[in-house]
Design a binder for this molecule. Structure first.
Ligand code: FEO
Length: 366
């Protein structure tokens, strides 16, 4: 795949992965992107997951022809992108690795000292000339690991964005970008909104014609749409007016109650009401929905004097990701000694700028 005259795609599609990062369902697989910049010097941008060593090296060889790479630029050391650093250096013994001080500490931990020796250490804002292309490195700590850096090519106005602007799903699957990019962003980078905001403000100063992420498609059109969504997500603003009703139900009574509530809300003119049974829905989708909509209703029971497990886990995910700036309503169902509403409120005390509905609904059994 040709991105520009000099930039080629050499990544791979993974349709075998069951859980990305060991926890996220990816029904349409995953793409591990890698790129080559062909200039007087040749640079390879990142490697791919360990299961695709040969496919990736073949892709690379096909693009290189008789040429050999001068640099491997490591933007991110998470193994879905870095697993083949040692293999690359073995295959191309004259190539050097470009990274920052944190990158090389991690390379040493993953691959040993020898790999870390062939290094070009760059600083934040530092540049590397390939000939016509000059690459500038923009550090993006915690988007999504501390060593992450983005790379801007001023010749073709391409931003290599590491994990940012990525999504779940292989590139040979057709699907809209937004839903799987939201689920990916909120799940994986959601906690680091402040750091993403810092990167967005640096990106605002750049003229960008294409964004080349490490997952998902290369973005070349309507870039303001993607930048705006990233701005909303990372500033914890709701994406749309609507109500997520997240619930658990042991014998169906709480389910009946929230279905009644959803009907009433729709009749009252609520623009969008989404019901999610937390025991039977993809947890990452439920968390992404909580960030997507402006309001959240939580309905659950007490269990072992605690919040019912699926709800407890859901709230842990929200707290962990710094959920904030939403209106929350609480419903509890208990046949004796109900505690769920009180415990949910206590758990959410860790979240900033939540407005709680004054009325808490208490259901007694049915
Ligand atoms: Fe796609 Fe943070 O690795």
């Amino acid at each position: 795949m040709q991105i520009t005259n000099d930039i080629r795609y050499v990544g791979v599609n993974d349709h075998r992965v069951d859980l990305f990062e060991g926890q996220y369902k990816v029904p349409r697989g995953m793409a591990y992107n890698s790129y080559v910049i062909l200039d007087e010097k040749v640079a390879v941008m990142d490697t791919v997951d360990r299961h695709f060593t040969h496919e990736w090296l073949d892709n690379l060889a096909a693009v290189l022809g008789e040429r050999k790479p001068d640099y491997l630029i490591v933007q991110h050391m998470e193994p879905d992108h870095s697993a083949n650093v040692a293999k690359f250096l073995e295959t191309y013994p004259k190539a050097q690795v470009v990274g920052n001080a944190k990158t090389f500490a991690m390379i040493e931990n993953f691959f040993g000292k020898d790999c870390a020796d062939r290094r070009v250490v760059v600083e934040n804002g530092g540049a590397l000339s390939l000939g016509r292309h000059t690459l500038t490195f923009v550090f993006a700590p915690m988007v999504h690991w501390p060593e992450v850096m983005l790379t801007y090519d001023s010749a073709d106005k391409v931003l290599f964005s590491a994990d940012a602007f990525g999504k779940f799903g292989a590139l040979d699957e057709a699907e809209p970008w937004e839903d799987e990019a939201r689920r990916y962003y909120i799940g994986i980078v959601g906690k680091y909104g402040a750091q993403v905001q810092a990167v967005l403000s640096k990106a605002a100063a750049l003229e960008i014609a294409a964004i080349c992420p490490l997952h998902g498609p290369v973005l070349t059109e309507n870039l303001s749409h993607y930048l705006k969504l990233y701005d909303l997500w990372s500033s914890y603003q709701p994406e749309e007016a609507g109500i997520l009703i997240a619930y658990t139900s042991v014998y169906g009574h709480t389910a009946r109650a929230v279905e009644t509530l959803a009907e009433k809300l729709k009749k009252a003119g609520c623009p969008k009401v989404v019901l999610r049974d937390l025991a039977r829905s993809d947890p990452a989708l439920c968390v992404a929905d909580a960030f997507r909509y402006s309001k959240l209703v939580l309905a659950t029971t007490t269990y072992n004097a605690e919040i019912y497990p699926f709800m407890r886990e859901f709230l842990d995910h929200l707290v962990e990701r710094g959920f904030k700036r939403r209106t929350v309503g609480l419903i509890e169902n208990g046949s004796w000694a109900p505690l769920a509403a009180k415990l949910m409120r206590e758990k959410l005390a860790a979240c900033k700028d939540l407005a709680f509905c004054e009325t808490v609904v208490h259901i007694k059994s049915a």
